[in-house]
Design a binder for this molecule. Structure first.
Ligand code: PLP
Length: 389
């Protein structure tokens, strides 16, 4: 006898963690639109539109702008393994879990990795990168723009200059920044950038937008060895996304519908307005938390990510009990700390559709309740004032 599992009916949650983030009902409806074949002319038009919208959000004119099938990690693997060949030197900046992941991925793929480490909660400094590049003729320098494990926003301009002076390519993880924070691929001279759909872009997980500059494409085409993964070979993916329209893998049909819808929402809102909204909600959240006596984990306000705030678990509070209480009593998910921050910090995401004043106020109230925080009214007042400042 087969057990009856019932219909699919997940309990509603407010996703205010490190991702996936809240999704606009319009985007969910787009997922439920009937399938087309992956080479249907109508579907190809939708791919073209998605590509154009992605260029806008990446702030680039790069021809090679496409989606790697898979989540942000597929983007990371693809970006790295297409950028170097086994035995090449590469510099990787590490100030959190995702920089560490890049090292792991690059070493498995046979790169000779030189690390540039910075303290968690701080940014990598350009002179550290310069020094590393004096010691090694690197083909690529890889760095995370928005370190989701620490909540640090990495400044890129000066590092980009240093990298290009040394004749290397700049590869940037934009998983937690694209669609919420300016990425400015062209203006900042980023050669390879990848992201994920489930954070500030506001779509479900499963696609990894990737863009490559003319210099990155030229380096790719000059490779002496094929990329060891057929599935993640940017040249093969481009044969499907580019003019050739060759079969590479079955298109992620419904997920592309969702991403296109999410990108249309971004277009309607306007990039500048969207960036300002993310910044304003983050500032209100931090003002509220600080007024309640909580402390952001990133000391320098200029380095705090608009899309993800790390806050130290206050003395005497039980990390898991508070996060469990948020789910059980309020249906709110926030993230626990990762790596060095495990048990020590919470990660609060205000990304895409989830970056809203109502969510900020609700979360502050819920945290105030669970922490039995006597200053919750001050917290709400400070957050509210941040909207009128
Ligand atoms: C900065 C960063 N890079 C890469 C990833 C990997 O993305 P995914 O979990 O979608 O595979 C994440 C996921 O949180 C991330 O935050």
């Amino acid at each position: 006898m087969t057990e009856s599992y019932g219909t699919l009916s997940p309990t509603p949650r407010l996703l205010l963690g490190p991702g996936p983030s809240q999704i606009a009902p319009r985007v969910l409806r787009a997922c439920a639109t009937p399938l087309l074949g992956y080479l249907d002319p109508e579907y190809l038009t939708l791919m073209d539109q998605t590509q154009t919208l992605l260029r806008t959000v990446f702030q680039t004119e790069n021809a090679w702008t496409m989606c790697v099938p898979g989540t942000g990690m597929a983007g990371m693997e693809a970006a790295l393994i297409n950028a170097f060949e086994p035995g090449d030197d590469i510099v990787i900046c590490v100030n959190g879990v995702f920089g560490e992941r890049m090292v792991n991925v690059a070493q498995r793929a046979g790169a000779r990795v030189t690390r540039v480490d910075a303290e968690w909660g701080t940014a990598v400094q350009p002179d550290q990168v310069s020094e590393a590049l004096r010691g090694v003729k690197a083909k690529v320098v890889a760095i995370v723009h928005a370190e989701t494990s620490t909540g640090v926003l990495q400044p890129l301009e000066e590092i980009s200059r240093v990298v290009h002076e040394a004749g290397a390519l700049l590869l940037v993880d934009c998983v937690t920044s694209l669609g919420g924070i300016p990425v400015e691929v062209d203006a900042r001279g980023i050669d390879i950038a990848y992201s994920g759909t489930q954070k500030c872009l506001g779509a479900p997980p499963s696609l990894a937008p990737l863009t490559m500059s003319a210099a990155a494409v030229e380096a790719f085409q000059a490779r002496k060895t094929p990329v060891q993964s057929f599935y993640l070979d940017a040249g093969e993916i481009w044969r499907y996304w580019g003019p050739e329209r060759a079969y590479h893998q079955t298109g992620m049909i419904n997920m592309l519908y969702a991403l296109r819808e999410a990108l249309l929402i971004i277009q309607e809102e306007g990039l500048e307005a969207r960036f300002a909204r993310h910044r304003q909600n983050q500032q209100a959240l931090i003002a509220g938390l600080e007024a309640m006596g909580l402390q952001p984990a990133v000391a320098d306000p200029a380095l705090r990510l608009p899309s993800l705030t790390t806050v130290l678990v206050p003395d005497g509070a039980d990390d898991q009990a508070v996060r469990g209480g948020l789910i059980a009593k309020y249906g709110i998910e926030i993230g626990g700390g990762m790596g060095k921050y495990a048990g020590k910090a919470w990660r609060i995401g205000l990304m895409g559709y989830g970056s809203q004043r109502s969510n900020v106020m609700l979360l502050l109230s819920a945290l105030g309740d669970l922490l039995k925080n006597e200053r919750v009214d001050e917290g709400l007042a400070a957050a509210s004032a941040a909207y009128t400042a």
